[in-house]
Design a protein around this ligand. Structure first.
Ligand SMILES: [Zn+2]
Length: 546
């Protein structure tokens, strides 16, 4: 019987890892290899050496010794990788092919591999680009449709409850554990279910419900290649394609931990979640996180993506509020929105939206590489334009023009955490009469802040440093103004909300924390937003390849 191997995250160390794999392959003659974790280095933190390694791989200077499939991990793939995958139908270089966000393939040796990759992005059926690093519950359902079994399942997230009822301990932070991955594993009853994590984890094998002989799944999650703790990053397994279930259950085998606990889990998740958000005060960070006071004083390090509420890879990122996901940017309804459903009744939801690049950086200029930065800026602007078109569509005034305009504001500081734009509709009359502009000028003066700069050349200069930027828009007008934040003053992170709160008579809602909604209300608003925005969501125009 031939062995195959599964490997954890490679994180861009192609030369070393494939050389190592070649040595092992020379001895073992593996059937194929699976990379269950991130193949490439994180595009946000990639160093020159990582980029050089990637260039070598794409030039064909690195030999991939045997047929290797790589999962779409939790991180976005570099643009140049996506380009090649799109051109070559998923083949990155000879012997190296992507499994993708949702894939069901049969290898040349007739093994059925089903994969779901990327970070979990809610339950919706929003259309996601083919190689974007997200999946939805619908993706996980779709990929298993029509199949009753698989030899191997590979997922970036873990199945919910996978650690229940097992003895092996796993104490490091695990990937997100989701119900949809648990359901996929239950319906496909794979012989092996692979994932990748910070440390190695192997659960006791478990059997699925059904007549005997019962299918048995082994869940194994590999540590990254070259990890300093010397945890297992590679695992060899032998398997026959579509083999029958074993006659005898293996030693230590338990019942499946994946079924029958849904209700309980959902309830407890919700209460844990609320305790976490509202009791320990971290929820405040959701808006304009001021980690300098809270976290950095303790460990002197900026928050990582796993601690950041805007990072899709963070399990506590509020996926139920996501309205649209593009290639590099996503939209969510605002947590504790300044406006309410009553503020703009024509919209049917509060209308306060956040535009968030997927990349975890405090400013747009910190985003890398340069091409991605450009595409992020373009996509942010496209999304804003689409949101504005949505407002134009709404009932018109007597003059035939839209009744709503919009304000977008942005705080860009090197000491920030995860850049985003806030978008809020305003009555068009307020824009027309110059009240929005005057409101920002007036409040800046009240607080002794530097004056807003409005000339194009001067704005450009200021935008090279730390700044606060406001874009005021109506069908007939567009106005930008920028305030430098480099001076020696304490800038109120709620400044944008404070000004607009005064203008809209919503002063009592200046701080998001005073406007908390239930998860049910948040979900309902996000659903209305999605419905209203659907027509304008350019992401939806792309044909999805499955
Ligand atoms: Zn982040």
């Amino acid at each position: 019987m031939r062995y195959s191997v599964v490997i954890g995250a490679v994180n861009g160390k192609f030369s070393e890892m494939f050389a190592k794999l070649a040595t092992l392959h020379a001895k073992q003659n593996f059937a194929f290899a699976i990379i269950a974790g991130d193949l490439c280095a994180n595009i946000g933190t990639a160093a020159d050496a990582d980029r050089e390694e990637l260039a070598k791989l794409l030039r064909g200077d690195i030999t991939v010794p045997l047929s290797t499939y790589f999962a779409l991990g939790a991180q976005s793939l570099p643009v140049e990788v996506v380009d090649v995958l799109e051109k070559n139908e998923g083949e990155l270089c000879p012997n190296l092919s992507v499994l993708g966000r949702k894939a069901s393939i049969k290898t040349s040796d007739s093994f059925r591999i089903v994969a779901v990759g990327g970070a979990h992005a809610g339950s919706g059926d929003q259309v996601v680009p083919q190689y974007a690093a997200y999946y939805t519950d619908s993706d996980a359902q779709a990929v298993g449709k029509g199949l009753t079994n698989a030899d191997i399942v590979v997922t970036s997230d873990w199945p919910a409850h996978i650690r229940d009822g097992g003895e092996s301990q796993y104490t490091v932070a695990s990937p997100a554990e989701t119900e949809s991955i648990a359901d996929l594993c239950t319906s496909l009853k794979p012989r092996y279910h692979f994932s990748a994590s910070e440390a190695f984890y192997e659960r006791e094998p478990f059997f699925h419900n059904g007549p005997t002989p019962r299918s048995v799944t082994r869940f194994i999650s590999l540590a990254p290649y070259g990890n300093s703790a010397k945890q297992k990053w590679i695992y060899a397994f032998s398997l026959e394609p579509s083999a029958d279930a074993p006659q005898n259950l293996p030693p230590g085998c338990t019942a499946s931990p994946l079924t029958g606990t849904k209700k309980r889990k959902l309830d407890s998740q919700e209460s844990d979640f609320n305790t976490f958000r509202y009791a320990n005060g971290n929820g405040t960070d959701h808006y304009q996180p001021d980690y300098r006071r809270q976290k950095r004083s303790r460990n002197n390090a900026p928050p990582t993506p796993s601690q950041c509420y805007f990072c899709l890879s963070n399990p506590t990122c509020e996926k139920h509020m996501i309205g649209s996901i593009g290639s590099d940017v996503y939209l969510t309804t605002a947590k504790g929105p300044l406006s309410t459903r009553q503020t703009f009744p024509d919209l049917g939801f509060p209308g306060h939206i956040l535009l968030i690049p997927v990349q975890h950086q405090p400013t747009i200029s910190a985003m890398t590489p340069a091409e991605t930065r450009k595409s992020i800026v373009t996509e942010m602007q496209q999304y804003r334009a689409a949101l504005q078109s949505m407002l134009v569509e709404k009932p018109k005034g007597a003059d035939g023009l839209a009744k709503l305009g919009a304000v977008t504001w942005e705080i860009s500081r090197n000491s920030g955490v995860h850049l985003h734009w806030q978008f809020l509709p305003v009555p068009v009359d307020m824009v027309r009469r110059g009240l929005v502009e005057a409101g920002f000028d007036q409040e800046a003066a009240n607080l002794n802040y530097p004056k807003f700069v409005k000339g194009f050349k001067e704005m450009e200069e200021i935008e090279e440093g730390n700044f606060f930027k406001v874009t005021i828009w109506s069908e007939a007008l567009r106005k930008e103004m920028v305030m430098p934040l480099d001076g020696d003053f304490r800038f109120d992170l709620q400044f944008g909300r404070r000004v607009l709160g005064k203008l809209l008579g919503l002063e009592q809602r200046t701080h998001w924390k005073d406007c908390a909604q239930t998860v049910g209300e948040e979900t309902a608003d996000a659903e209305v937003f999605k419905e209203v925005f659907k027509k304008f969501d350019f992401g939806l125009e792309e044909e999805e390849v499955s």
